[in-house]
Design a protein around this ligand. Structure first.
Ligand SMILES: Nc1ncnc2c1ncn2[C@@H]1O[C@H](COP(=O)(O)OP(=O)(O)O)[C@@H](O)[C@H]1O
Ligand SMILES: [Mg+2]
Length: 260
């Protein structure tokens, strides 16, 4: 990491405009520069870094490379007409349970699907839970899902993805007809009472202590889908019932090739 090179452009007049006075987390990013999380015990400092920034195009001399394999050839192997199954909902609503159940059911029937629940462990491990990082998290997930579509595989994403604008951007990225927004809906009280990882408990304790955790539903907003392809009620239906509902929807719309 470049520790030495303080960013002169962001460090002086811009620094004030962005509300990033010494020791405070900046509220926005100046173009061309990036703010890294301060190492443990350090204060926030703007730093110039050499890594790429998601929403910026750096290189200008990139040419699209077309392959020799038609989508239908891949789909004959994977037996899906792929679409991203984009699960969204509060923490604890049952996204991961549904994603795992769906992946299991699809693969058992010979349709290649992949549940990418663990992307924050690898590709996105440098992202936190600020609004900016959440947006970048979703942007990268959208891009990876698009690669899976191109490979003829049905990607399943199970992330809270709380902001409408980010989900809309992912929809635009992969294209209408290849984006299935699935609202896994359970009331906050139900999700909070499940709390298998103790995350709500931690978030409530932090809130009571006056230290926000930016936890969706507690001190960070969740914007429910206005027009999802599927609206599932995970407070009243079991995981198995929800899997059946999604399979029926996919079958009816011709996504499961060679299935009756
Ligand atoms: N449809 C459902 N009905 C009842 N309990 C469920 C259902 N789906 C998930 N759960 C339970 O709720 C908890 C949270 O599920 P999980 O799939 O991890 O949610 P998420 O991925 O949305 O955070 C788990 O304990 C799980 O067993
Ligand atoms: Mg989950």
């Amino acid at each position: 990491m470049m520790r030495r090179s303080f960013c002169a452009r962001a460090g002086k007049p811009e620094q004030k405009r962005l509300g990033s006075e010494k020791g405070k987390k900046p509220s926005a990013l100046p173009e061309g520069f990036f703010f890294l999380h301060a190492a443990r015990g350090e204060r926030w400092k703007p730093r110039r870094v050499t890594c790429n920034i998601g929403w910026m195009r750096k290189a200008t001399n990139i040419v699209w490379h077309a392959g020799h394999v038609a989508p239908e050839e891949r789909q004959a192997i994977t037996r899906v007409r792929p679409a991203v199954l984009w699960l969204t909902g509060l923490s604890g609503c049952g996204k991961s349970s549904l994603a795992m159940g769906l992946e299991r059911a699809l693969v058992s029937r010979g349709h290649l699907a992949y549940d990418g629940d663990n992307v924050r462990h690898g590709l996105n491990k440098n992202l936190g839970f600020s609004d900016e990082d959440r947006a970048e998290n979703i942007r990268r997930i959208g891009e990876v899902a698009k690669l899976f579509l191109a490979a003829g595989v049905m990607p399943i994403t199970s992330f809270i993805s709380p902001f409408r604008a980010d989900r809309a951007a992912a929809r635009r990225l992969v294209g209408e007809g290849e984006f299935v927004e699935i609202f896994v809906d359970a009331p906050l009280e139900v999700c909070e009472s499940r709390d298998p990882k103790g995350l709500y408990k931690k978030a409530r304790a932090a809130q009571a202590a006056g230290q926000g955790l930016q936890f969706t539903g507690i001190d960070s907003p969740y914007e429910p889908p206005e027009n999802p392809e599927l609206h599932l009620h995970s407070d009243t239906a079991s995981v198995e019932q929800l899997v059946e509902q999604v399979l029926a929807w996919l079958l009816q719309r011709g996504h499961l090739l060679g299935a009756e």
